[in-house]
Design a binder for this molecule. Structure first.
Ligand code: Y43
Ligand code: MG
Length: 196
């Protein structure tokens, strides 16, 4: 069994490969597809963007697909970067620049006001059928500097709630137990038949 994930983010792909392997499912992504389109993320919510990405790719290739729209929501700055997480510091989607921008904006925010969460919305789209949408959250707070080298995106500045570690200090096994993506995927587990 194989499922197409409608993403070009290599960090997401690795996590899906790991989590789907436990279910005996192989993963492919738009990184494996020649000339795959760049779907415009014009929505104002994670759910809208996940739906846009999944439906466009499902209709184009006439296959069931899963898309992932995700990001970091920080309370002290009005929920930013939110749906703009990938391009927060510019269109080049540079993780280091994005983190530097957040750290800069959060420089004078005291510890107890640094609460944040990762959000992951997954959409399962099938040609001609209704799209299914689920969401997972992972609570934490924003560190004052980058620590750790695992994971991707904003992991080095995200302190996992109840620990003194950033997400980037966790092994992939640990991250995939607690992450927003793992929680969202768990909500899809009894609906996997939609994909095959
Ligand atoms: O577990 C995570 N750990 C750290 N950072 C994360 C995580 N999950 C999402 N993120 C960040 C990365 C990116 O800045 C944004 C996703 O943006 P998002 O538009 O969903 O993905 P993307 O443009 O990289 O790839 P694509 O749209 O092809 O799936 O949130
Ligand atoms: Mg994107």
């Amino acid at each position: 069994m194989k499922v197409l994930i409608a993403t070009k983010n290599a960090g997401k792909v690795k996590e899906f490969e790991f989590m789907f392997a436990e279910m005996g499912v192989e993963v492919s992504s738009l990184l494996d597809v020649e000339d795959a389109p760049e779907v415009e993320e014009t929505g104002t919510t994670f759910a809208e963007n996940a739906r846009l990405k999944a439906e466009e790719i499902a209709n184009l290739y006439n296959l069931p697909v899963i898309s992932d729209d995700s990001g970091l929501v920080i309370d002290a700055i009005g929920g930013r970067p939110g749906v703009f997480s990938a391009r927060y510091a510019g269109i080049e989607k540079d993780d280091d620049k994005n983190m530097d921008k957040v750290l800069d904006e959060m420089r004078s925010v005291p510890e107890h006001e640094r609460t944040a969460r990762f959000v992951c919305t997954l959409a399962v789209a099938r040609p001609g059928k209704a799209t299914v949408i689920v969401e997972g959250h992972c609570e934490g707070s924003i560190a004052y500097k980058k620590t750790g080298s695992h994971g991707f995106g904003y992991d080095p500045i995200f302190l996992v709630q109840g620990t003194s570690n950033t997400m980037a200090e966790l092994t992939k096994e640990e991250k995939n137990q607690i992450s927003h993506r793992a929680k969202a995927l768990a909500k899809l587990k009894d609906q996997m038949h939609l994909l095959f």
